[in-house]
Design a protein around this ligand. Sequence first.
Ligand code: NA7
Length: 542
Amino acid sequence: MTEQTAPTTDYDVVVIGAGFAGMYMLHTLREQGYTVHAYETGSDVGGTWFWNRYPGARCDIESIGYSYSFDDALQQEWQWSERFAPQPEILSYANHVADRFDLRRDISFETTVVSAHFVAAGDLWQLRTAEGAQVSTRFLVTAVGCLSAARTPDWLGLDSFEGAVHQTSNWPHDGVDFTGQRVGVIGTGSSGIQSIPVIAGQAETLVVFQRTPNFSVPARNRPLDPDAVAELKADYASYREQARHTSGGMIITSTDKTVAEAGPAEQHAEFSRRWDEGGMQFLGAFTDIAVDSDANAVAAEFVRDKIRGIVTDPEVAQRLLPHDHPIGTKRLCVDTDYYRTFNAEHVRLVDLRADPIIKIVPHGVQTRTQEFDLDSLVLATGFDAMTGPLNRIDIRGESGDLLRDKWSGGPRSYLGLATAGFPNLFTITGPGSPSVLSNMIVSIEQHVEWIADLLAHLRSHGLTRAQAEDAAENSWVEHVNEVANSTLFPTAASWYMGANIPGKTRVFMPYVGGVGVYREICDEVARDGYRGFTLTGPGASP
Ligand code: NA7
């Protein structure tokens, strides 16, 4: 190993993004004495919760678990008001964290990193921002979120629409008042399903354009009971520890039975109990819902029955019945009054499979058989998930090759944290990690702490470069696919598979093995001296 002269860099670490991942990465590394700076496109912190301000936006994970656990004083002092926190409250929490730890002094807002090129000679990254800044850093950590590259379908005539067009993922900060308006919402994923009941409450008429019906369960959102919260907070640490070792980073109680073992009466009782309790707990009813299509069909039919029971017009109910994917293989939606909304006289549901959008016209939407006059159009049309936010940056590794080219056949990573050929680059909640299949904050904390430990290891050994090895990456990708293929997940045309983006290679992107198992694997890799990484630098032994 030849000695390298220590290259000069502006920072030890640059973090891209100042959502929950970027904020915690910045805080952790700064506390450990690194020079670190974050760049954020938005004008303030919050990431997803900064942008997605649409009416009804709310977390689908219970607020008591959807928060940082790294600082006990922080978790004790912050009071959530509702079981599922609304977007403004989560954004206030992000702001509170930024204030409390004085994070903003090391964040450049309204600054978008457009390129990052690795310079092998100095073991460093050179970055450029859209605003013209150039900086160099030894390590680059992406905290860009999994659902931050919004997707707007290229309907003919969208520009010609004379009313207002609002995208749920980039909602006006002052809100939108739909009172007295004829509104159209396109898209019935989580964003559509959360916003439709609220918009219906304001609009004079609402037309919902649905391409694919989704499964949704009631949130049963309610104010949090202060006594119950106090009891939980008395031993918050063990609640957190338990969550870290679950499958999804949240505590879901299961019957420990398969659907078949339960039999029809118990199945019905258990699904009913969970439907009445509300939230994601529904999927935990039995152990085989995610892996056995017969078991899954029972859960799915229970929900379809509920929809038939809620929606009074049988034809409308029929159109709302999810039919093309097993329940849970697309992110389960958690709603407040979604299905009931379609009982209102002024709400219409258009089935785009039967009657597709031909174009947007100045006064509304034209489908094959009808024209809808609208004052406002709401696009809840989703994201280029997981790889989209990374691929839109010009990231070039050691050989000058683009990350997006490397990933053109689907993302390839080691542990979802690093990718071969791109040394000193770490991807928080990157593809190949549990990420979107989990409580994101649990996954973020685990990644941040793991990355910080690796950097500390390098520092203490006088090393300047960590790169994932090809063989480790290949076997991780194989493992990710193998685990995915043992479940029903790959059978759905979901954004987990990239199926919502025309031309994107269909690969199941997140790691479905569960956050507990995944954490153990990552810890083991660290214990083995970062097995699968080549660590080099002036301090490396020959
Ligand atoms: P999703 O879940 O990707 O939903 C997007 C919706 O938009 C979905 O219903 C799509 O129908 C629909 N869509 C997309 N393109 C079109 C076109 N061209 N025409 C008609 N309809 C279209 O995004 P969300 O923002 O709701 O939720 C994303 C995640 O955020 C969610 O899972 C939670 O984790 C939080 P499709 O199903 O593709 O037929």
